[in-house]
Design a protein around this ligand. Structure first.
Ligand code: NAI
Ligand code: 15L
Length: 267
């Protein structure tokens, strides 16, 4: 079984996706450093250790990253919240992650989000070079994170895999997720490839399973050697009619996040 040469740091380890990644990569016997502001709720995998830290604490992040070859950055505010809440973990915290990566010559795998492009209409099929169209302050922080990745690539040669995750849950729950769903198993396989790929340079990946109704097209997955194996299509009969009833939500890829607080007057 292939293991990375240097330990992997995982932020947001106590969150929904962090726990899946810790379990999946831990089961491969990888050396993992897990961190989160909240305690890790599961039994620690054999090769893992956990240390609590706040992403706002740059010294702690630098220390946690010492000797690591990859940082899987999943920590921070993960939903639509007011600017003041998003600012510390997602903007300042992101800077701490990239400074640590520069010091360690480590690769960053950043959990970006479809909400960085959420104001594209659902009728559009987007490639990885589409314009950012954030649909909330949270989505804006993900666009900032991707731009931070670009800055550190061009200026310092820090590699980044920028994963625009759609909807990563145990299963899709509405019609929109027939396009955006990413299975946990596809997520873990993507993380494995993002760590093990010999070179990624600056790679943008659409984090979705193999969904026929996807809004998204070309990306850099071939460079990583990743292909999703699951699909939301098997839920189509059950979910196709499960719409929100809100025209703004249904118009835009970001759905409810685009609609939340929407006050634009049409015409
Ligand atoms: P989550 O909210 O379950 O996990 C985020 C973790 O970050 C939590 O455990 C939380 O304690 C930690 N955290 C928050 N503030 C922190 C701070 N100041 N310092 C250290 N840790 C802090 O979210 P989930 O669903 O696991 O998402 C993980 C990442 O993936 C997030 O960055 C999210 O934006 C991104 N993502 C998730 C999607 C999904 O469908 N689950 C879709 C798109 C992106
Ligand atoms: C996200 O970015 C969130 O982290 C997640 O909770 C979902 O809301 C997801 O997007 C989505 O768009 O379904």
């Amino acid at each position: 079984m292939t293991s990375p040469a240097r330990p992997v740091l995982l932020t947001g380890a106590s969150g929904a996706l962090g726990r899946q990644i810790a379990r999946g990569l831990g089961a491969k016997g990888w050396s993992l450093r897990l961190t989160d502001i909240a305690p890790f709720p599961d039994p620690l995998p054999a090769g893992a250790r956990f240390e609590a830290a706040d992403l706002n604490d740059g010294v702690a992040i630098l220390r946690l990253a010492e000797g690591c070859g990859t940082i899987l950055h999943f920590g921070g505010i993960s939903i639509d919240r007011p600017f003041e809440e998003v600012f510390g973990p997602n903007l300042r915290g992101l800077y701490h992650i990239y400074e640590a990566a520069r010091r360690e010559r480590a690769r960053v795998v950043f959990a970006s989000s479809n909400h960085s492009i959420g104001f594209h209409e659902r009728s559009e099929r987007l490639d990885d070079d589409c314009a950012f169209e954030p649909d909330c302050y949270y989505g804006l922080s993900k666009a900032y994170g991707e731009l931070m990745g670009r800055l550190y690539w061009h200026k310092h040669g820090v590699e980044s895999v920028l994963v625009r995750i759609g909807s990563c849950f145990p299963e899709p729950v509405d019609a929109r997720m027939l396009a955006t769903w990413l299975s946990y198993a596809d997520l873990v396989r993507l993380m494995e490839r993002a760590v093990l790929a010999e070179r990624t340079d600056l790679a943008v990946i659409w984090g979705a399973s193999n969904n026929a109704r996807s809004f998204w097209g070309r990306d850099a997955r071939a460079r990583l050697g990743w292909q999703p194996e699951d699909s939301a299509d098997v839920y189509a009969a059950q979910l196709a009619g499960k719409l929100s009833g809100d025209p703004v939500c249904e118009r835009y890829q970001g759905g409810a996040y685009a609609a939340n607080g929407y006050s634009r007057r049409e015409g």
